[in-house]
Design a protein around this ligand. Structure first.
Ligand SMILES: C[S@@+](CC[C@H](N)C(=O)[O-])C[C@H]1O[C@@H](n2cnc3c(N)ncnc32)[C@H](O)[C@@H]1O
Length: 179
């Protein structure tokens, strides 16, 4: 019994260490007017699929579903944030449109995405870039808040002030990034 407990405990430690090394950024929510601007800049159309990599409290995926009639998928490494966001999504009656997955953004298949949003860090974008290039279709757009994706050329850059802070929105079109 003691051996089983030790095996389980060390497996849990390994799992949490693995997630820790995959932590791409702390939870800092985007102001709502910035969320609106990001989705507008991405030109999200009804029925398209929006992935938010590091979905935090779900504000991007919820806005994409409510305002743009998109399907959306939030990928979030924090179990607590996943649970609280899932509760909110269900309470809002958005279960058929919004999925919250407890996973690392570094490990998910992004091929269904029409739009990917990220609010991470430059070094994190660098870690994500190979998967974005591997999975995303030519028509997909990537919108990164405040941090460029190095080596990619922006299709558009927008600036917005929220809470007296200037935010930069970098929009990339996969057709020009990799084709
Ligand atoms: C700066 S917050 C952005 C939250 C939300 N996207 C927004 O704009 O309001 C970054 C989020 O990424 C999550 N995160 C960090 N590393 C991650 C990873 N490898 N996979 C999925 N989520 C991750 C954090 O827990 C946090 O919620």
């Amino acid at each position: 019994m003691r051996v089983v407990y030790l095996i389980l405990a060390s497996a849990a430690v390994c799992l949490s260490q693995q997630f820790e090394s995959e932590n791409l950024a702390p939870f800092v929510p985007s102001p709502q007017i910035v969320v609106d601007k990001m989705l507008e800049a991405a030109q999200v159309k009804p029925g398209e699929t929006v992935y938010d990599l590091g979905s935090g409290d779900g504000r991007i995926v919820i806005t994409a579903a409510q305002k743009y009639k998109a399907k959306s998928v939030g990928i979030e490494i924090s179990d607590a944030l996943c649970k609280s966001t899932q509760k909110k999504v269900s309470a809002m009656g958005l279960d058929s449109q919004v999925r919250i997955l407890h996973a690392s953004a570094l490990k998910v298949d992004l091929s269904p995405a029409d739009v990917v949003t990220i609010y991470l860090l430059t070094a994190s974008n660098e870690r994500l870039r190979p998967n974005l290039e591997k999975y995303l279709k030519a028509s997909a757009r990537v919108v990164s808040l405040n941090f460029r994706i190095q080596g990619w050329k922006e299709a558009r850059v927008e600036k917005i002030v929220a809470d007296r802070q200037t935010h930069m929105i970098y929009v990339y079109e996969m057709s020009t990034v990799k084709h």
